[in-house]
Write a protein that binds this ligand. Structure first.
Ligand SMILES: Cc1cc2nc3c(=O)[nH]c(=O)nc-3n(C[C@H](O)[C@H](O)[C@H](O)COP(=O)(O)OP(=O)(O)OC[C@H]3O[C@@H](n4cnc5c(N)ncnc54)[C@H](O)[C@@H]3O)c2cc1C
Length: 436
């Protein structure tokens, strides 16, 4: 698979790779082995499942095509968000009150898995609390007020506050916004260091991790088996946690997701004084457009600025200059800063933006469709998947019952169809910006 060769077996050249706490050198799978559970993919979802199972005494193998955290989990914006794009009222309407209540609880549990796992396994990932949702127009402000009512109704347990335009500089030194809302329940972290720490934790629990081992085939049944070019793993159960990279390994899964690209730049360090003026409360920030900017400070006071989701899965000609242009629209005062790193990655969009959990073939399960908000849901999905494998399927049953449609046009035509869709979102953002 060509995509796995793009970075010559290394992590993508990013600020995260340059500031990683450790390097990994897990072996390649060169033999035939057996396990209780074999997991394909060493990102957050695969490793989270592995840790939950290993903590409960299971013999687990994780097979990774390139390196631990090579894809989205080691490249993302590092924003620890609520996890679901779908609102709880909408969930209640579509799937019933019990399901909505379950997803409310799962979001909190997912964040706590991250915070508790960092403490339990001494994972140093610069975790910070605080998130700011920034409104770019009055239509966004109206949405924020609805959102605040919604949070109250669903008993959101953290400090939140709507911020008016005149108080914005206490949070973000930019004239791009008309207000916003801060939320102390969310936050940010160094995602690559977190996923590397999770691999170390899993390995310490006895999980066998293999890198440089692309899976080329799987078979389901009583003894599901995972094949690489140089070996195979016979297991009792298999979990596919490969984001949008599985391709021919599980072709039926591809129709339900759409790969899209999104990009991040890291400036040179701003210095403490300038960083504190830019984002005085050191919160992660997203704006409220459909095709949004997301940004935050790193531990060494760089601005990590992300956005520009491209639904065709392609890259702009120069990630650095395209993203710098977007950054300067929000922070023109940063024009003197050098951009030290620029990178991109793929997200697995689901039609309804809800992650899918399900059974692909007998004893072969999957998780996908984290849709660009996966930091928290991958962690809770790992726990719910592990529960299913351990024979406790209540939460898995509710989650896997969420209906998922295929992208119209199948894998061939979904991109042109979705490009039309993304232009529609752009127009919606423009209309919201000019509407009184
Ligand atoms: C640039 C970017 C910014 C983002 N920002 C945020 C954010 O700020 N907040 C947020 O909540 N979410 C964000 N996301 C989304 C989030 O990172 C993902 O939803 C999440 O990391 C997905 O985790 P995963 O384990 O499912 O997939 P991944 O981390 O992509 O891991 C899948 C792994 O499976 C491996 N694999 C696939 N196929 C095979 C195979 N055949 N054989 C062996 N291994 C295989 C891959 O190599 C990969 O390592 C962002 C994503 C990107 C790309």
């Amino acid at each position: 698979m060509k995509v796995f060769q793009e970075t010559n077996g290394q992590h993508v050249d990013s600020y995260y790779a340059a500031s990683a706490n450790e390097t990994t050198s897990y072996p390649q799978l060169n033999t035939d082995i057996e396990a209780d559970v074999c997991i394909v993919g060493a990102g957050f979802s695969g490793l989270s499942t592995a840790i939950e199972l290993a903590e409960n005494g299971f013999k687990v193998v994780v097979i990774e095509a390139v390196k631990v955290g090579w894809a989205a989990s080691g490249r993302n914006g590092g924003q620890i968000l609520g996890g679901w794009k779908t609102g709880y009222d909408e969930m209640e309407k579509s799937w019933g009150l019990d399901a909505a209540n379950m997803f409310v609880a799962l979001s909190e549990e997912g964040k706590n898995i991250i915070y508790q796992r960092a403490r339990k396994y001494s994972i140093d990932a610069d975790i910070k609390k605080g998130f700011f949702l920034a409104a770019m127009n009055q239509s966004h402000m109206r949405d924020l007020h609805h959102y605040a009512t919604d949070m109250n109704k669903w008993a959101y347990p953290h400090e939140t506050q709507i911020v008016s335009q005149q108080d914005m500089k206490q949070h973000i030194d930019s004239d791009a916004y008309v207000g916003g809302m801060y939320d102390m329940g969310k936050g940010h972290f160094h995602p690559l260091n977190f996923v590397l720490g999770e691999a170390r934790a899993a390995s310490g629990l006895g999980v066998k991790v293999f890198e440089s081992s692309p899976v080329v085939k799987i078979s389901g049944g009583d003894e599901p088996t995972v094949f690489t070019r140089h070996g195979k793993v016979k297991a009792k159960q298999v979990v596919l946690a490969g984001n949008c990279y599985l391709g021919n390994v599980a072709p039926a899964l591809e129709k339900k997701i759409m790969p899209a690209s999104t990009f991040v730049i890291a400036t040179e360090p701003l210095g403490e004084v300038r960083a504190k003026k830019l984002l005085p409360r050191n919160m992660a920030v997203c704006d409220m457009r459909h095709i949004l900017d997301y940004y935050r400070l790193s531990a060494d006071n760089r601005l990590l600025f992300g956005g520009k989701t491209i639904y065709s899965g392609a890259n702009p000609k120069s990630i650095k200059s395209a993203m710098q242009k977007d950054m300067l629209k929000v922070f023109p005062q940063l024009a003197d800063l050098k951009i030290d790193y620029a990178w991109g990655g793929h997200i697995d969009l689901a039609v309804n933006r809800m992650p899918h959990l399900g059974e692909y073939a007998d004893n072969v399960f999957y998780m996908q469709g984290f849709s660009g908000y996966g930091v928290v849901p991958t962690h809770i999905a790992g726990r719910v998947m592990a529960e299913k494998i351990m024979g406790k399927s209540e939460r898995y049953d509710v989650w896997s019952n969420v209906k998922h449609h295929s992208f119209p046009g199948g894998t061939l035509l979904r991109k042109p169809g979705f490009l039309l869709g993304s232009n529609f979102f752009r127009l919606r953002d423009m209309w919201a910006a000019i509407r009184p």
